[in-house]
Design a protein around this ligand. Structure first.
Ligand SMILES: *Cc1c(COP(=O)(O)O)cnc(C)c1O
Length: 415
């Protein structure tokens, strides 16, 4: 099998959900991936924020092999070793009280929304108003299942599947007045990404998050923070909300949690968790021994290798380098992010597109989101030397691409 045969076979056999880049990967080691031609790529994407320890990490490989030999799955009908150990670790790190394990980000969002509605209907039972609405943010991304896509802003992800789940509405991101206007006693939850990831790396404003916290606390609605992309060390703290002075009721996690194995998690404050009873929610695969043992090892490696400090250090260096590049390149309009969740805006979608393609050509995996944003989510083990190589290449690529576009425009005028 190679790129051409895989392309042909997939064209015929797979549900056509992806427009893949023309690269066929065989294996990886550290922060380097190798394609079918033997060409090497430095990874600044981590499988969209998943492979935080890169590829073939010895501690992860070992725990997977050992646990797979013992027991991969047994069902949530029984007790096993790792769910409570992992829950203890994650509740200690987050300051929340309980955990529910599932298999993906979108599933974590479904559980969060169900918990919000459950609390809303419990409120009605004790004589309060039934709360059921969910306020999400313009530009938000929360996943692809019906609940999560109902909370997702992008029209092309939503429109063909209408009608979506009723009761979801959108607030202008960081617009406190709009939040106050849309919040009433039918609202069960406000859901926020502290940094919008797919939306192009945009931070929530402290005063907006504070307003959301106050409105929900006063009314008994819940504040859900989606840390699926920004959590677990990506921005240099365990959770990005820990940069703000708020404590959410629910936090959702997934992407890097089990170092590449599918695992999602919902962390919940005791008072929000109390409404849940056996039989109301569940999953076949979620929180299996293999994924949970691997997640524990992942968290252990972050601590033992001092990776939060490393993410901060390399992240600061990365942003400095990109800011210097911005001074040298007119087409870069903005550099933003924290730790190793970084975005760079280009003033033209055409340039962003060509620059992205040229970077892949040169062996650097980066991502383009929202047309004009180049997004970087490298593994936490990336070094300043990798950053230097990538930023140098990006500078050269932007110069080349801009020159080509200028020539093209000049040619167009004369022709
Ligand atoms: C990726 C992502 C999701 C969805 O996670 P899946 O595992 O793809 O279902 C939800 N929210 C955010 C912020 C994400 O980045």
């Amino acid at each position: 099998m190679n790129l051409e045969s895989a392309k042909q076979a997939e064209q015929q056999l797979l549900l056509q959900t992806y427009d893949r880049y023309p690269i066929y990967f065989r294996e990886g080691k550290g922060v380097t991936l190798v394609d079918d031609q033997g060409k090497e790529y430095i990874d600044f994407l981590s499988g969209i924020g998943v492979n935080a320890l890169g590829y073939g990490h010895p501690a992860i490989t070992k725990v997977i092999a050992e646990q797979a030999a013992k027991m991969i799955h047994v069902s949530n009908l029984f007790y096993t070793e790792f769910q409570s150990t992992l829950a203890r670790k994650l509740t200690q790190l987050s300051g929340l009280d309980r955990a529910f394990f599932c298999n993906s980000g979108t599933e974590a969002m479904e559980c969060a929304f169900k918990l919000a509605r459950l609390n809303g209907s419990e409120n009605a039972k004790i004589g309060g108003t039934p709360r059921w609405k969910v306020l999400s943010m313009e530009n938000a991304f929360h996943g692809r299942t019906f609940g999560a896509v109902s909370a997702t802003w992008t029209e092309k992800y939503r429109a063909p599947f209408a009608p979506l789940v009723p009761g979801f509405d959108f607030v202008k991101f960081n617009d406190v007045a709009d939040l106050h206007e849309k919040f009433d006693d039918s609202v069960a939850a406000i859901v926020i990404e502290v940094i919008q990831g797919e939306g192009g790396i945009y931070f929530v404003a402290p005063e907006f998050l504070k307003a959301a916290r106050e409105l929900t606390a006063e009314s008994g609605a819940v504040l859900i923070i989606d840390e699926i992309q920004s959590g677990l060390g990506r921005t240099g703290k365990w959770f990005t909300y820990q940069y703000y002075d708020v404590k959410p009721d629910i936090v959702t996690l997934a992407k890097p949690l089990a170092a590449g194995l599918p695992l999602g998690c919902v962390l919940i404050a005791e008072k929000t968790a109390a409404a849940m009873h056996p039989g109301l929610h569940g999953t076949t695969f979620g929180g299996g021994p293999l994924a949970c043992a691997t997640a524990l090892k992942f968290l252990e490696v972050i601590e033992s290798d001092g990776l939060l400090a490393h993410v901060n250090e390399v992240g600061d260096y990365f942003k400095e380098k990109l800011s210097a590049l911005k001074s040298a390149q007119d087409c870069i309009t903005d550099v933003r992010g924290r730790g190793l969740m970084v975005g760079l805006s280009i003033d033209s979608e055409e340039i962003a597109k060509d620059a992205h393609a040229a970077m892949l050509q040169r062996g650097f995996l980066i991502n383009r989101t929202h047309g004009t944003t180049l997004r970087f989510l490298p593994p936490y083990i990336i070094t300043t030397a990798h950053v230097d190589a990538m930023v140098t290449a990006l500078g050269e690529v932007l110069s080349e691409v801009r020159e080509k576009h200028l020539l093209h425009m000049a040619g167009g005028q004369h022709g």
